[in-house]
Design a protein around this ligand. Structure first.
Ligand code: ASP
Length: 329
């Protein structure tokens, strides 16, 4: 029987990390190993699928950037339009959720795209990378994984790119989908799905990465007691086209920052309220927020609000249309 064709696109991260000793789980060099070394460490992968490897980047994912996202989206679209059955992207865990959500909105295919990584470097005792890679390839090779949007698979768990976030600094069980839950689990290399993401994605998405040279400049500002206008004014002065405010509670904004954000909105900068709580939808809240045309980020965390706002700004500057996108995606 012919095996499914799975392309592995490597971008670096701890899964490709090398440390000075097998007991070191921090202070290592992320992205040191190439895709061939990753694959040769897990020979079982070739039993599951016909795999090919490509090195897209070799980054510690704290340094991930829009140019790499555009390159990844274009390559995924190109491969999936051909005879590739599924894609696995190996990635650092720090910004994995942002890349996953970007691709969830810009890859136009029903075929599976799975992101994976690891918390322990490849050289560590009980490294989690090999099993995560094997599971991710198994998932990408599985017809049942199609049409579910971009998936994230680590620690035997399958999450949607839309819901998932890194929730622990060091634990191997770091990926969670707060309040919304995992989509399923990997059991002996095969997926068991229990739910589907409802919001639009991939083959239904209106966003195009192709043809973009760069993404609009959008900043996140983190709310706190005693907040003020400093960072909002700096974002305005720097020419930001959008600001995501990671507010307290239900996306609440300190009155001093609110006055500055109202000025930003007046100047045509799109302001999206998100929450620093880590769970739950941001609802309209105060009348003054609506009067100032601040938008609600729904259940997207601040870093994912930023991704969607960047893509939204490639289509329109109309706050009402952008708000609809926040409910659609
Ligand atoms: N700093 C690493 C990265 O995001 C962490 C990891 O891969 O887990 O590339």
């Amino acid at each position: 029987m012919t095996k499914p064709r799975v392309a592995i696109l490597a971008t670096g991260g701890t899964i490709a990390g090398s440390a000075a000793s097998d007991t070191a789980t921090t202070g290592y060099k992320a992205g040191a190993l190439g895709v061939e070394a990753l694959l040769s460490g897990v020979p079982a992968v070739r039993k599951v699928a016909e795999v090919t490897g490509e090195q897209i980047a070799s980054l510690d994912s704290k340094d991930m950037d829009g140019a790499t996202w555009l390159k990844l989206a274009a390559r995924c679209n190109e491969l999936l339009a051909g005879d590739t059955d599924g894609i696995v992207i190996t990635h650092g865990t720090d910004t994995l959720e942002e890349t996953a959500y970007f691709l969830h909105l810009t890859v136009h295919s029903r075929k599976p795209v799975v992101l994976t990584g690891s918390m322990r470097p490849a050289t560590a005792l009980s490294a989690d990378g090999p099993m995560n890679l094997l599971n991710a390839v198994g998932l990408a090779a599985e017809p049942e994984a199609a049409g579910r949007g971009v998936l994230v698979c680590l620690n035997d768990q399958i999450d949607s790119a839309r819901h998932v976030t890194k929730a622990h600094t060091t634990a191997t069980s770091t990926f969670k989908s707060p309040g919304l839950g995992a989509l399923g689990y990997m059991n002996d290399g095969h997926p068991a799905f229990y739910s589907k993401v409802q919001r639009c994605h991939t083959y239904e998405s209106e966003f195009e990465a192709e043809g973009l040279q760069e993404l609009p400049y959008v900043k996140i500002i983190y709310g706190h007691a005693d907040d003020d206008a400093l960072f909002v004014d700096a974002a305005i002065a720097a020419g930001a086209r959008g600001i995501v405010y990671a507010g307290t509670g239900n996306g609440s904004i300190h009155r001093r920052a609110e006055a500055a954000l109202a000025r930003a909105s007046q100047a045509g900068i799109i302001v999206v309220r998100s929450s620093r709580t880590g769970c739950g939808a941001v609802l309209p809240g105060e009348q003054s927020y609506l009067d100032a045309h601040f938008l609600q980020g729904d259940t997207l965390n601040p870093q994912k609000c930023r991704v969607l706002l960047q893509l939204a700004l490639t289509r329109t500057r109309d706050p009402r249309a952008i708000q609809q996108m926040f409910y659609k995606y």
